[in-house]
Design a protein around this ligand. Structure first.
Ligand code: SAM
Length: 281
């Protein structure tokens, strides 16, 4: 008899009962119970080599990743889920489970190891919502991860994918789009999870651009955040507070940007150009 996918309402309920578990809010646990969403997400994730999953939960998405990718490395913080994953996914010899807080893990070393062994490293995950941005920023620092396909809150997805002049266009949009082409793939309704979250979700994909940032990325991100510090203020006023030692008017003029503009009216390229000019001073 064919084994039922973990990502179904009945199998998930059965597993939680069997192991005496309840979804833990504190770890952002919302388990996927929709096999169509799981298959679609995995299909879009470029699983040609190895894949890293953050927060496998009870294995709903991991099961599908194991069927397609050469190797799956999953970081799970919740010790109570380790016996479930070890047991439910025991037939997959390509599954590597690390009981670790992803934010504390040495991912640079792991990515290097996976890249050397499997040629390609991607990320595919249903992210714990309470740490979406820190997880993504950790991933952004690894240039060898070619695609990041993740489920996030719709609002966060909208901000990452927003274009100049959109209501949602913000520091997050520029920080992401500087290094990635960002696409919203599809929305995921609340009923696809157990328990259902109060917010809508979206699957979003980051494709790494073929581009090297020579400067310190943290410094660049600080600059971007300064540009958007007060949305109602002009770029001139925001930058004046950020760097008092340089002539902002002159830099804006050189970059061909009117001082009355606001950051949300500037393209990613314009903001990057401003940063470079500022950095040269
Ligand atoms: N992938 C599963 C699914 O789609 O059904 C579970 C997703 S659930 C939204 C998030 C998972 O991330 C949970 O299993 C949670 O325990 C785990 N998690 C939360 N914080 C974590 C951290 N800092 N490091 C690793 N895993 C974490």
């Amino acid at each position: 008899m064919m084994k039922k996918s973990i990502a179904t309402p009945s199998r998930t309920k059965e597993i939680l009962e069997q192991y005496g578990l309840k979804a833990k809010k504190g770890f952002g646990q919302n388990f996927l119970v929709d096999p169509v969403i799981v298959e679609r997400c995995a299909m879009e994730a470029h699983l040609e080599g190895s894949v890293i999953e953050i927060g496998p939960g009870i294995g709903s998405l991991s099961e599908q990743l194991c069927k397609i990718a050469k190797h799956v490395t999953a970081y799970e913080i919740d010790e109570d889920l380790i016996p479930v994953l070890t047991n439910e996914l025991k037939e997959y010899t390509n599954f590597e489970l690390l009981c670790e807080d992803f934010l504390e893990a040495n991912i640079e070393e792991k990515v290097k190891e996976l890249k050397d062994k499997y040629g390609q490293v991607v990320v595919c995950a249903n992210l714990p919502y309470y740490i979406t941005s820190p997880v993504l920023f950790r991933l952004f620092s690894c240039k060898d991860i070619s695609y990041i396909t993740v489920m996030v809150q719709k609002e966060v997805g909208d901000r990452f994918a927003a274009k100049v002049n959109d209501k949602e266009y913000s520091a997050l949009s520029v920080e992401g789009q500087l290094l990635y082409d960002i696409k919203k793939l599809f929305t995921v309704p609340g009923r696809s999870f157990n328990p259902s979250p109060n917010v809508d979700s979206v699957i979003i994909q980051f494709s790494r651009k073929d581009k090297i940032i020579e400067e310190d990325i943290e410094d660049l991100y600080n600059f971007i955040r300064a540009c958007f510090k007060q949305r109602r203020k002009t770029i001139y006023n925001n930058l004046k507070d950020y760097r008092e030692d340089v002539d902002i008017k002159e830099i804006l003029k050189e970059a061909g940007i009117a001082e009355g503009k606001r950051a949300q009216e500037l393209s990613v390229q314009e903001i990057e150009e401003l940063y470079r000019r500022m950095h040269e001073r």
